[in-house]
Design a protein around this ligand. Structure first.
Ligand SMILES: C[S@@+](CC[C@H](N)C(=O)[O-])C[C@H]1O[C@@H](n2cnc3c(N)ncnc32)[C@H](O)[C@@H]1O
Length: 312
């Protein structure tokens, strides 16, 4: 796909119906020869809409008016380019803990959590957030409250007991660093104020007791980190929205590796990325990911943890 097509595809398949401003902007960039020429001076993976739009927002540029966006981006291109070459789209969504909780709460406690592709580690605190499944009672207390609309689930009544938490990431973000938190905020789409509030609340929780985050690769560096988990706790290696970053042969190597570790493996990934054999059809097109325990698929889940359909 050429760069213009990438932006049209993004507008049609990702932004449409979710973010009117990003849909408008992506179509405008696809027709903008100045911006396309600047983007084409970057390596292909760096040209993507989420990165460009996030960087412009990070730098204080306008994303609601395509003409103003054009002028800002052209005028500030050296700064935009530097950030686009430096940053990765590392969206960290604490809301995904709501789909992990039913599995984590049912495992033998206490848990030693090891997240691969942890970003800033906000999904390492499933024991500290509050949850509301449909109209049921709130599980836990405090902020953020993670809402999840469910079908076929008996909601968990308790949160897990976590005695150790660690994350592995190629480029971990630091939840105590204002620049890193600003980047996570800039990655949230303009209309999604509820996600911005959730990020702020989850960042407060994590910053109060920052996680151990190790810079490393989910294949090469997992065994050493897993070996440092306390043996008396149930080790849970988990990942959400990570494997699409990883080339297919490395994904297979990761699956082989994680299956050989003690404890349990929880995955929440697209079924085209992590294959599971025959699955029930997704009830609608908002359920993109499959939650699985030790390779056994359990539920369809929505991308930010806002819903799940448990398999019958
Ligand atoms: C989209 S973020 C998801 C973060 C978090 N799991 C969540 O659900 O909020 C994907 C993360 O995976 C990390 N990542 C990608 N490839 C990786 C690899 N080979 N080893 C470790 N981390 C990786 C990226 O740096 C990024 O922080």
């Amino acid at each position: 796909m050429g760069t213009a097509e990438v932006y049209v595809d993004f507008a049609r398949r990702q932004a449409s119906g979710v973010s009117p401003s990003y849909e408008r902007l992506a179509y405008a960039v696809a027709r903008d020869d100045d911006l396309l020429a600047l983007l084409d001076s970057l390596p292909p993976p760096t040209r993507q809409p989420n990165l460009l739009f996030g960087v412009v927002r990070l730098l204080g540029g306008p994303v609601d008016d395509p003409a103003a966006f054009h002028d800002f981006t052209v005028a500030h291109w050296p700064a935009v380019e530097a950030q686009m070459r430096r940053r990765l789209t590392q969206t960290n969504e604490a809301g995904r803990c709501a789909v992990l909780l039913p599995v984590l709460a049912a495992l033998p406690q206490p848990l030693a959590l090891l997240e691969v592709g942890a970003s800033a580690g906000l999904c390492l605190y499933p024991d500290r957030y509050a949850y509301r499944y449909d109209d049921g009672p709130t599980v836990g207390d405090g902020e953020p409250v993670l809402d999840c609309a469910t079908t076929g689930l008996t909601p968990p009544r308790t949160r897990p007991e976590v005695v150790w938490r660690a994350g592995l990431d190629l480029t971990p973000l630091d939840v105590t660093d204002a620049d890193d938190v600003a980047w996570l905020d800039a990655l949230i789409w303009p209309e999604q104020e509820h996600r911005r509030a959730r990020l702020a609340a989850a960042a407060v929780v994590a910053a109060a007791d920052p996680p151990l985050l190790v810079r490393g690769d989910l294949v090469d560096d997992l065994p050493a980190l897993a070996a440092s988990a306390p043996p008396a706790a149930t080790l849970v290696v988990f990942h959400t929205a990570v494997l699409y970053h990883v080339p297919a042969p490395r994904r297979s190597a990761f699956v082989d590796l994680v299956r050989g570790l003690p404890g349990h493996w929880v995955a929440n990934e697209g079924p085209d990325i992590l294959r599971h054999g025959t699955l029930p059809p997704p009830p609608d097109d908002t359920l993109h990911n499959v939650l699985a325990l030790d390779g056994r698929p359990l539920a369809w889940t929505r991308p930010h943890g806002q819903g799940l359909t448990w398999f019958g």
